[in-house]
Design a protein around this ligand. Structure first.
Ligand SMILES: [Zn+2]
Length: 360
């Protein structure tokens, strides 16, 4: 009862008791309630009606109110936007980021997924051979992976955590950790997936220690390569400013403006009637944020394939959560069609380009 939380006369809140009984947030809220000198008997009141008496109508209104309040919190779309922004912004090996993307989008070909898609294969986890290989099993419950999580720099012990959904854990890990910890986690994740694939496709059994070491090495060698690439890029820039007249006019990748991701795509005919598309997204430092390749059958003309390619690039950028994107294509006809006119277009280092920003 409220009177139990009061002390003295005139009554005041019993701070010590409130602090000992409630969590700090509740304690502060209670102590902010105004007190009256009048001595009233405590009674139960329904806070959603003026009289304090419950009715079905006010009950319904209360439910609506709680629902609205809940809706005001970040939507799952907003949460995922934050997740992707963080993931694609990581300065690490692109395939590590793509693996996270595939896991969260349930696009990873673990055996349970293959069976769901009607592909005949063994159902069991290739690493422990004891249960169905699902994303949850492979990354969370498999005894091999558990040892690797625990033995890694992260020292994560899934044994003690009452987790049932790896994707939930992954999302919350990304939201709650700094970039370098996420990079470490992603490297181990990739190393586990790599070890699993080595076993499936090459019959090579990679020891847990090697899985952990491989993850560590991959980050180190990526850092070294990035540094060398950046040095190279800076050399090109300084050469360009020194000898502007000598810059070749053929197409060369140019950094986008600050905070903009530039997405380049290219389509080519791999086999008769079979088109391949490559998409690469880079930030203003020239670092690869994401990349992907797709195959598509059945286009009879290059123009349609190019249009599909650009669509795929836009779709990919949207799914990656990039919100300031510059798309670059060297297909002049397509760009003209997109712009809806044959008017004067920017001619940039010899390539017709289309620049547009989108936000969602
Ligand atoms: Zn297993």
């Amino acid at each position: 009862m409220v009177k139990d939380l009061l002390i003295g006369s005139p009554p005041d809140w019993n701070k010590k008791l409130i602090e000992d009984t409630f969590i700090p947030f509740e304690g502060i809220q209670i102590q902010q309630l105004p007190l009256t000198d009048k001595e009233n008997q405590d009674s139960l009141m329904w806070m959603f009606s003026e009289t304090g008496v419950y009715s079905v109508k006010t009950g319904y209104q209360a439910i609506q109110c709680w629902k609205n309040n809940r809706d005001q919190g970040p939507s799952s779309e907003e949460i995922m936007k934050t997740v992707w922004k963080k993931v694609w912004g990581l300065q690490t090996i692109p395939r590590h980021k793509v693996l996270i993307w595939k896991i969260i989008n349930r696009a990873l070909p673990v055996r349970s997924e293959l069976i769901n898609r009607g592909i005949r294969c063994s159902l069991l986890c290739p690493r422990c051979d004891s249960t169905i290989e699902t994303i949850n099993h492979l990354f969370l419950n498999c005894e091999h992976t558990r040892r690797e999580w625990f033995g890694s720099q992260l020292g994560i012990n899934f044994q003690n955590e009452n987790l049932t959904d790896f994707i939930d854990w992954l999302i919350s890990f990304i939201l709650n950790n700094d970039k370098s910890t996420i990079i470490t986690m992603a490297a181990l994740l990739y190393s586990v997936w790599h070890a699993r694939n080595q076993l499936v496709f090459k019959n090579k059994d990679i020891h847990g220690e090697v899985v952990i070491q491989r993850a560590k090495n991959s980050i180190l060698s990526y850092k070294n390569v990035q540094q060398a690439d950046l040095d190279h890029l800076n050399n090109i820039d300084s050469t360009r400013s020194m000898h502007r007249a000598q810059v070749p006019t053929k197409v060369k990748w140019v950094r986008p403006e600050k905070d903009v991701i530039k997405v380049n795509s290219d389509v080519n005919l791999s086999y008769p009637d079979s088109w391949g598309i490559g998409v690469i997204a880079r930030n203003d430092e020239g670092l690869v944020m994401a990349s992907g390749t797709w195959m598509r059958l059945g286009f009879h003309c290059a123009g349609t394939a190019e249009a599909w390619g650009l669509y795929q690039a836009v779709h990919f950028a949207h799914e990656c959560g990039f919100n300031k994107v510059q798309f670059e294509s060297d297909n002049e006809r397509l760009i003209k069609l997109l712009q809806g006119s044959g008017g004067e277009l920017p001619n940039y280092l010899g390539a017709r380009q289309q620049l547009f920003f989108f936000s969602y």
